[in-house]
Every structure is written in structure tokens, then in C-alpha cells.
Design a protein around this ligand. Structure first.
Ligand SMILES: Cc1ncc(COP(=O)(O)O)c(C=O)c1O
Length: 400
């Protein structure tokens, strides 16, 4: 009998991390590689947040804390929901984990049984289907289309629901497409869900603050209060405060769910890092004005990348509303050959050839469940992005 559990046979390691480490290896070996695979902002964590962590260490906040978060952080999270989302949650309805990923993992493992189904619109963040599989349930993938702005439409949602559906995973703005839903678009989906009491909503709002052109963010529990009793609203400090390494995420929802998550967490990681929790209090309670500059900077990068990619032969790049990703179609490259004689059969071939021939690391769409596309993360400086897009344009022009 093999050592590794059957559950792991169904799960793949994160392909985005794989491409990032391949690009890093090539770079370390002396190749001129531009990595556009990473899912994290390039900005430094703001100084006031770092200082709050230093102060916490000096005060001796270095011991175990309550499993699912210190009261001060739960209060800051409750205030954040009230202030930014007009949602009222009690501390007992809030859980804090080591990253949004742990909150999501805990919520799914705490609620799913074999045979249960979870609706995951594609393209999806790579971890959703694999966590569902780890929890022993079945991901039901519902494809979206570029023509629909990569947004789930209510008809397709209704068609995917069965008596076994337990969750809809909803992610706006989205990784990997950057698509963000308007309140009306959310309402059209929540109207469908109101008719199916067995379905809960897991709303992954981690890119909430990264929206452009004056777009107004909304979340399902806010748009349809009747669904609040079966919604877990998940968020975190990773993306908005450039704190990916600190590992703090949180979720808010009905007490029995929050309690179950705490039980699971108490037998796995226990509390998230005490120091990071104090830093997160400062992130949420402290000044938010730096965000405006970050958003402006991201919007400029997005505009540059979209415009340059649309000048590349065979690429069609829509303009996303948020996050720091674009998800262009590379349908126009399929069937062509590179100068080295390699035929491009799919989007993975595009990503491999781009890395090998032009030193640009992107992630192929198949990893996110929708081909033929690729994802570019534009969380890097303008000059680097310009050079990367120039290389992509050259790569496309040289195909025959
Ligand atoms: C859509 C989405 N949700 C959740 C996360 C998890 O973030 P973290 O665990 O750092 O809070 C990520 C990170 O890449 C993401 O892209």
C-alpha cells in the first residue's frame, strides 16, 4: 500500500506557484526572465502596519491567541464590514485564519460530504476545485465566456444547481480574469439562489479594493440581505495591504459555520500568527489613503498592458474591471509555428514557448479551467510590463 492518501491523488500542486518557481530558477541560472505569474502586489507593506507588528512584539504579543482571532482584530473586521460593505456582523460571526486560503479551506472541509457538489465558475482561482476535491466533494465547473466579460449568467447558474449543490463559489473581482460584478449582475444571481435553500454562497472578496474607472464594489450578502444567513463573506489583508506573507484572512457568516471552522482550525494550525493579527488591526483601522495611489498605479499598468496586448497579432485582450490580472485570448496563435519550428497546439504551448523563446513567464488558461487563454499579472513596474509586452508582440509577429 502506498504512503500517500487517496484524497491527494485527486489534487494537483498549484500551477501558478509552479510557473513562478520555474521562472525564478531560470532567472537564477542567468536567463533574462520577466515573471508575470505571481499573484501578489509588488508594493511594500505600509510602514504604519510594520510598526504595529514591531510594537506587538515589544509588548510581548508573542503567545497563543484565541484560535480564530484576537477580539481586537474581530472588532476591526466587524467595523470594516460595517463601514465598507454595510454589513453587520457580531464577533461570534467572524473567523480569522492564516490567509483567506485557510478560511476557504476550513469552510469547505467543515461543510462538505462525499457526493456534495460545489459550483465553481471557470476560469477559476486554481485552489477552488482542488480544495473541494480535498474535502471529498465534487466541483461542478460552469464555464463563462469572454463575450460575457467572463461573468456567470443566471441561466447557467440555475442549470448547474442540483439537490446536492452545497455552495456557489463567487469571486469578484476575479482571479484570473479581473472581472467584477455590478450590483445588478449580483442580484440576477442571488435571485436564482433564493429559490434553492440548500445552496450557500462563498463570496471571495479578496480583491475588493482593486477596482478601476470608478467601479463600485458590491458583495452578495449586501446586495441580497435575505441570503446573508447562508453566505460566508471572505476577505483578507494580502492583496489590499500588500501583506501576502503575513498570512491573515477572515470570513464572516452564521455562527454555527464560524464555530465549525474554529473547531477544525483548533485541531490543525491553531491561531494565525499573533504578530500578524496585530498588524492586521492596524491595516484595517489605520489610514486607507495610500490605497488610492496603489489603485491609480494599477489602473495605469492595466491600461498599458491591455493596449499593448491588443496590438499583438492573434491576441484579444478585454479590459477587466479589477484585480491585477488580464486574461487575453490566444485563439489566434493556435496552429501556428515558432521560428524554432515548434507548433502551438494549445495555451500551455503558448506559455512554454513564451518563456523559452522570449523569457516571459505567464500562466496558461488550462490551469484556470478555460482555454485558449493565458493570465498576466500586472503587479510589477511599468517599464518591466512594457518590455514584457514588447516581447509578446515580437513573439506573436514571429509566428508563422
Ligand atoms: C481569488 C483569491 N482568493 C484567495 C486568495 C488567498 O489569499 P491569501 O491566502 O493570501 O489571503 C488568493 C490569492 O492568490 C486569490 O487570488
Amino acid at each position: 500500500m502506498g504512503l500517500i492518501a487517496h484524497a491527494l491523488e485527486r489534487v494537483k500542486p498549484s500551477p501558478t506557484m509552479a510557473i513562478t518557481s520555474k521562472a525564478r530558477e531560470l532567472k537564477a541560472a542567468g536567463f533574462d526572465v520577466i515573471g508575470l505569474g505571481a499573484g501578489e502586489p509588488d508594493f511594500d507593506t505600509p510602514d504604519n502596519i510594520k510598526q504595529a507588528a514591531i510594537d506587538a512584539i515589544k509588548r510581548g504579543e508573542t503567545k497563543y491567541t484565541a484560535v480564530d482571532g484576537i477580539p481586537e482584530l474581530k472588532r476591526a473586521i466587524a467595523n470594516k464590514f460595517e463601514r465598507e460593505n454595510r454589513l453587520a456582523y457580531k464577533p461570534s460571526e467572524i473567523t480569522v485564519g492564516s490567509g483567506g486560503k485557510q478560511v476557504l479551506y476550513n469552510a469547505l472541509v467543515a461543510t462538505l460530504n462525499p457526493g456534495d457538489e460545489v459550483i465553481v465558475p471557470s476560469p477559476y482561482w486554481v485552489s477552488y476545485p482542488d480544495i473541494v476535491l480535498l474535502a471529498g466533494a465534487t466541483p461542478v465547473i460552469v464555464e463563462t465566456k469572454l463575450e460575457d466579460g467572463f461573468k456567470l449568467n443566471p441561466k447557467n447558474l440555475a442549470a448547474a444547481i442540483t439537490p446536492r449543490t452545497r455552495w456557489l463559489i463567487f469571486n469578484s473581482p476575479s482571479n484570473p480574469t479581473g472581472a467584477a460584478y455590478t450590483p445588478d449582475e449580483i442580484k440576477a444571481l442571488t435571485d436564482v439562489l433564493l429559490k434553492h435553500e440548500q445552496v450557500w454562497v462563498l463570496s471571495d472578496d479578496i480583491y475588493e479594493h482593486l477596482v478601476y474607472d470608478g467601479f463600485t464594489f458590491a458583495t452578495p450578502a449586501e446586495v441580497e440581505p435575505k441570503l446573508k444567513g447562508r453566505t460566508l463573506t471572505m476577505n483578507g489583508v494580502s492583496k489590499a495591504y500588500s501583506m501576502t506573507g503575513w498570512r491573515i484572512g477572515y470570513g464572516a457568516g452564521p455562527e454555527p459555520l464560524i464555530k465549525a471552522i474554529a473547531t477544525l482550525q483548533s485541531q490543525s494550525t491553531s491561531n494565525p500568527c499573533s504578530i500578524s493579527q496585530w498588524a492586521a488591526v492596524e491595516a484595517l483601522d489605520g489610514p486607507q489613503n495610500f490605497l488610492k495611489d496603489w489603485v491609480e498605479s494599477f489602473q495605469g499598468r492595466r491600461d498599458l498592458v491591455v493596449s499593448m496586448l491588443n496590438q499583438a497579432k492573434g491576441i484579444d485582450c478585454p479590459t477587466p474591471e479589477g484585480a491585477f490580472y488580464v486574461y487575453p485570448s490566444c485563439a489566434g496563435l493556435i496552429g501556428k509555428a515558432t521560428p524554432k519550428g515548434k507548433t502551438i497546439g494549445n495555451d500551455e504551448d503558448v506559455a512554454t514557448a513564451l518563456l523559452e523563446e522570449e523569457g516571459v513567464a505567464v500562466v496558461h488558461g488550462a490551469a484556470f479551467g478555460l482555454s485558449p487563454f493565458f493570465r498576466i499579472s500586472y503587479a510589477t513596474g511599468l517599464a518591466t510590463l512594457e518590455e514584457a509586452c514588447r516581447r509578446i508582440q515580437r513573439f506573436c509577429a514571429n509566428l508563422s
